[in-house]
Design a binder for this molecule. Structure first.
Ligand SMILES: [Fe+2]
Length: 447
């Protein structure tokens, strides 16, 4: 399947998708998950790779249990295959740090469970009505998209765990077989784009799949602002480090400085003390043209302050990614309404890492910014909360329980994000001290 085949499902157009397409997407997601672990030893799958991540075997079992649970809720008369496992795989009940001690299924059993549930999903899909007049879970094929998107989200989390594993795990062959297609470009520097004052339309409209936290679409009044033309590069970030960025208290918030002191942080995660960078099991030269990656929100915020800027709000980010000023309308993607292609956005793991700033001019947004979708997630200044008029659907544990708890919103997806997830309305979130995401940032300021 190509990027374009994967991408259009959440974005209006054909709604619901034909069942054959949904089935193809279920099969593709299932195969991708298995491909991520196929070359690992059982022991590497079964044990925690990092204190802040689940063991990969937990992800495998959790993907299966999540589908098992929601299939039983959505299909009349179907009983779950393994309800006794649901507690072990409940992400809310068991924080990542404690998952290593849970009685979760070892890899072979988790893979077998996944296979059984996957077969049930394909069989169940054949008989179900996914038309808009069906029941709440099946209408617009909601629950089917939910299963696909959930598995896709875990595909990226599993890659994060593998990158965190102390340089012991190779990049999955799936990634390393694909060489980086981009020639190195020069660092394009601190160019900015200007966005005029006026309302921003934020959030997903009524058609197609979106999570509850992306809705409803609403208008936010914004002043004129400038946004960095592309994400902050390694080169620019290295200058910040060399200018004493991690020693100058005045560039940090109080909370950020406290984090820096506790961690003893002096550079982004995975930068080595001899000026190189680790990617999975390889140490590589630091490429100044690539976006800086694996920085936490505090580091991003300190960099911005050091440059007389700040992080953009998520409304500012979404306006820059979707607003077409000349046409006076909102686009589905930065470049228009067509789905991502490899020329427009670096997604889905195919490049094995972020691309240099400016490598994809076809992905330019209507206001002239590059790299908004793909390459690196981007921290925003915004705390994760429900939009005005938010309604829980279908369960509060996906997003509502996280509202107002100090989490920060990230936007735009990374090189490792599946295209289904990378829509400009998608809201990711994490703690401001987390660096395991494939995350960078760009800065903003009032015009
Ligand atoms: Fe999950």
């Amino acid at each position: 399947m190509s990027l374009a085949d994967l991408a259009p499902l959440p974005l209006g157009g054909v709604d619901p998708l034909p069942k054959e397409r949904i089935a193809d997407l279920l099969v593709e997601a299932h195969e991708r998950t298995r491909a991520l672990v196929v070359d690992l030893r059982e022991e590497q799958i079964d044990r925690p790779l990092s204190p802040i991540m689940s063991p990969l075997a937990w992800d495998l079992g959790h993907i299966a249990a999540f589908a098992d649970l929601w299939l039983a809720r959505a299909l009349p008369g179907l009983r779950p295959l393994r309800p006794e496992l649901f507690e072990v795989y409940d992400a809310t009940e068991t924080p990542r740090a404690s998952r290593g001690g849970l009685p979760f299924l070892p890899s072979a059993d988790a893979l077998a469970y996944g296979r059984d549930v996957h077969a049930r999903a394909l069989a169940g899909l054949e008989d179900v009505d996914v038309s808009p007049s069906s029941d709440a879970l099946n209408a617009h094929a909601f629950v089917w998209h939910l299963l696909i998107q959930h598995e896709h989200q875990h595909n990226e989390t599993m890659l994060q765990a593998m990158q965190l594993a102390d340089g012991e795990l190779p990049a999955p062959a799936l990634l390393s077989a694909l060489t980086r297609p981009d020639a190195l470009s020069s660092v394009t520097g601190p160019k900015t784009v200007a966005i005029e004052a006026g309302p921003a339309l934020v959030g997903a409209g009524p058609g197609g799949f979106a999570y509850d936290n992306e809705r409803p679409r609403h208008s936010v009044e914004l002043g004129a602002y400038e946004l960095d033309h592309e994400p902050v590069s390694n080169g620019a970030y290295l200058e910040f480090v060399e200018d004493g960025g991690y020693r100058r208290r005045e560039w940090w918030s109080e909370e950020g400085w406290g984090w820096r002191e506790r961690e003893g942080a002096e550079r982004p995660l995975f930068w080595t003390d001899d000026g190189r960078v680790r990617r999975f099991d390889r140490i590589e030269p630091l490429d100044p043209a690539l976006p800086v990656t694996h920085v936490c929100w505090h580091e991003a915020e300190a960099f911005a302050r050091a440059h007389g800027k700040r992080l953009p709000t998520e409304a500012e980010w979404e306006k820059a990614a979707t607003w077409h000023p000349a046409a006076g309308r909102r686009l589905a993607w930065p470049w228009g309404d067509e789905p991502p292609t490899p020329e427009r956005a670096n997604l889905d793991g195919v490049a094995g890492g972020p691309a240099p700033a400016g490598a994809r001019p076809d992905g330019e947004s209507a206001v002239g910014a590059l790299g908004l979708v793909g390459d690196v997630w981007e921290w925003t200044a915004t705390e994760f909360r429900g939009y005005p008029g938010f309604r829980v659907f279908p369960y509060p544990e996906y997003s509502e329980i996280f509202f107002g708890t100090g989490l920060r919103v990230l936007r735009g997806g990374s090189w490792a994000t599946r295209p289904t997830i990378a829509r400009p309305t998608f809201r990711n979130w994490d703690l401001p001290n987390r660096r395991q995401l494939f995350v960078g940032f760009r800065c903003a300021r009032e015009a």
